[in-house]
Design a protein. Structure first.
Lengths: 108, 141
């Protein structure tokens, strides 16, 4: 499934520079080193963190997108950085667990 | 590649938001060299953890990345406080990072373990009160 497909399922785009990126699996976490240690390449990464380091971690861990849960969004300067670095970022009002449930259904 | 390629970076100890710039640049450079995505991922994550450590604990430092046909070597050198107990620092979950760093999502005690996890060898030379040099290698053959 591609990242842009999520827009049809209640997720909103914060910035989507690489909409056709494939999602393979999901990782949930807010501790950045933990995410870098455990998330796999192409995972959708669900978090409530929204600082600049999130963009660096998504770039380095090579996740397919960042999904900000609980209605979290990005300050403008960070959104611009994400776009420039080619990092897909979406937001949802859902908590992390429920967002993962939606993804679980879609990834089957 | 006949000669080693060397990339040098200064890691700014004051600026948390720019931390990671060296790693992202290395990722870009390695991609241009045509290395595999998994190798690039391992090198850039290990380097990012090292960069973050230098910002959190040591007020910055320097990073050198050497690439040849056999391996990629990352050398991170700082003149910070040194690591008092390396064995403890290598344990997942052990951290001496301050609370403001934790609120940014760091300080999980995973930095050094991740550096070890993603590289084939890692050597820590540290002297309390003088600084730390970490040498990591990812083998290409």
């Amino acid at each position: 499934m591609t990242v842009e497909k999520l827009l049809e399922h209640g997720f909103e785009a914060v910035t989507l520079p690489d909409p056709e990126r494939e999602i393979d699996g999901v990782y949930i976490g807010d501790l950045l080193s933990w995410v870098m240690g455990r998330a796999r390449s192409d995972n959708a990464w669900i978090t409530i963190m929204s600082n600049m380091n999130v963009i660096a971690v998504a770039t380095l861990a090579d996740t397919s997108c960042v999904i900000l849960a609980e209605g979290v969004t990005l300050p403008d300067d960070i959104r611009e950085t994400a776009e420039a670095k080619g990092v897909n970022v979406l937001t949802t009002q859902l908590p992390a667990y429920e967002a993962a449930m939606v993804l679980s259904g879609l990834l089957k | 590649m006949s000669e080693d390629l060397v990339f040098h970076f200064d890691v700014d100890g004051e600026n948390f938001t720019s931390a990671g710039q060296a790693s992202v640049q290395v990722k870009k450079n390695l991609r241009q060299l045509g290395l595999s995505p998994e190798i690039i991922r391992r090198v850039s994550i290990a380097m990012y953890e090292g960069e973050i450590n230098m910002v959190i604990h040591a007020g910055g430092g320097v990073a050198d990345v050497r690439v040849n046909e056999n391996y990629i070597e990352i050398v991170l050198e700082d003149h910070g406080p040194g690591i008092k107990n390396v064995e403890m620092a290598m344990q997942e979950g052990y951290s001496t990072a301050p609370d403001d760093v934790r609120s940014l999502g760091f300080g999980a005690g995973m930095g050094l373990p991740n550096m070890k996890r993603y590289t084939d060898s890692m050597k820590i030379d540290t002297v309390v009160g003088e600084g730390t040099t970490i040498t990591m290698r990812v083998n290409l053959v």
